[in-house]
Design a protein around this ligand. Structure first.
Ligand code: FAD
Length: 359
């Protein structure tokens, strides 16, 4: 994109100016280790990646974080992760008044840098984990090759969006469009209001059922005449007095300037369009884990593409490769669980390096 990360979320600069005060160079990237191999290389700069960096840096492992570049994959992805796309975060412990998502991620980054974490504004595009235990070789979007004894993959999972212009605008400005009911459903804006949920799978049912606690009415908008969700999940939702399903409908537009006032629905059978007045729209059409770039490395994944971890550990099936956060967690997908997994990954990496006499 012509711009390069200059340390600090949202701070992008021309590559000619250099990175973190140093000149850009080709070939193997600079690092703090004497053998030219990073001890701990962290891919991703959401809560998982920064927490891993804080722990690794405080353990004198001199971590480097590849924060990623802004992209659509398939929804918007930014350095700083999914919380860069939201406004108020009310459920992260330590912020009794709540905190803006981007502000929180700046604080994570500041804390990681305070202990010496190095930060690079590039993607990791390829990984060669074939050596299984020896240094791993990675390729960056800047065309460099880097080697690392331990790699922590914390590339997150992008919420799938409908792809409507007004949907994204209102999602990013706190206008009442969200991809996470557990995160946002309890906010005052949705209490005793009519809200809509788009989707038909188990996640959509779970999100819709959760919202019935707060909203006056929850309308699930589904494009077909039957739901994909399991019977038990459907029944749990439909047993609520304020639940309904609008069959054979898709959302073709979202209305409202600063706050959502309604959605435009199209009937998938008749083609007719009509407006539905709602004060909240929750998009629950799945997530896409950011694992495309590591699919052919020998790592193991579940059917949905999430990185498989060993139970109660961040270890993958490959030595020296660890996973943390939403990239390996289809179930909880919260900032605090991602941060906890980042901590686990750094401690596991430290243990692994210690056993090899490298920590
Ligand atoms: C709209 C919205 C609102 C939310 N609100 C809340 C909330 O209020 N409370 C809460 O607890 N949770 C909330 N969540 C969920 C929370 O954001 C996620 O659970 C959390 O961000 C996951 O953290 P992570 O570190 O695993 O991944 P992410 O935050 O997704 O970060 C992944 C990082 O990896 C980087 N990356 C991806 N691929 C590469 C690559 N190849 N190379 C280098 N870098 C790469 C990306 O740039 C990104 O920085 C919300 C989510 C959304 C979408």
């Amino acid at each position: 994109m012509g711009l390069e990360y200059a340390g600090g979320i949202g701070r992008w600069q021309d590559p000619a100016i250099g990175r973190n005060g140093s000149s850009p160079e080709d070939g193997v990237s600079e690092n703090g280790s004497s053998d030219g191999v990073e001890k701990v290389l962290i891919i991703g700069s959401g809560p998982a990646g920064w927490t891993a960096a804080i722990y690794a840096a405080r353990a004198s492992l001199d971590p480097v974080v590849y924060v990623g570049v802004p992209k659509q994959d398939p929804g918007p992805v930014l350095p700083g992760g999914q919380l860069m796309l939201t406004t108020e975060v009310e459920n992260y412990p330590g912020f009794p008044e709540g905190v803006q998502g981007p502000e929180m991620m700046m604080k994570f980054e500041e804390q990681a840098k305070r202990f010496g974490t190095r930060v690079i504004g590039e993607d990791i595009t390829e990984c060669d984990f074939s050596t299984d235990g020896s240094p791993h070789t990675l390729r960056t979007s800047g065309g460099q090759t880097v080697r690392a004894h331990a790699v922590i993959i914390s590339t997150g999972a992008t919420a799938n969006w409908l792809g409507l212009e007004n949907e994204m605008r209102l999602a990013q400005t706190g206008g009442g469009v969200s991809a996470c009911a557990v995160c946002d459903g309890a906010l005052p804006a949705f209490r005793d209001q009519h809200v809509a949920v788009v989707g038909g799978g188990d996640t959509a049912m779970e999100e819709a059922t959760y919202l019935t606690k707060f909203a006056s009415k929850v309308s699930v908008i589904h494009r077909r005449d039957e739901l994909r969700a399991s019977k038990v999940m459907q029944e749990r939702f439909l047993s609520k007095p304020n639940a309904e399903v609008l069959w054979n409908k898709t959302v073709v537009d979202v209305h409202g300037e600063e706050k959502i006032s309604g959605v435009r629905l199209k009937d998938t059978v008749t083609g007719e369009e009509a407006d539905l007045g709602v004060k909240g729209l929750f998009v629950a059409i799945g997530h896409t884990p950011a694992t495309k770039f590591i699919r052919d490395t020998g790592l193991e994944f579940d059917d949905a593409g999430y990185l498989e971890l060993k139970t109660r550990s961040s270890a993958t099936n490959i030595q020296g490769v660890f996973g943390a956060g939403d990239v390996s967690d289809a179930q909880y997908r919260q900032a605090v669980t991602a941060a906890g997994m980042g901590c686990q990954a750094a401690l596991d990496a430290e243990h692994y390096l210690g056993a090899k006499g490298l920590a």
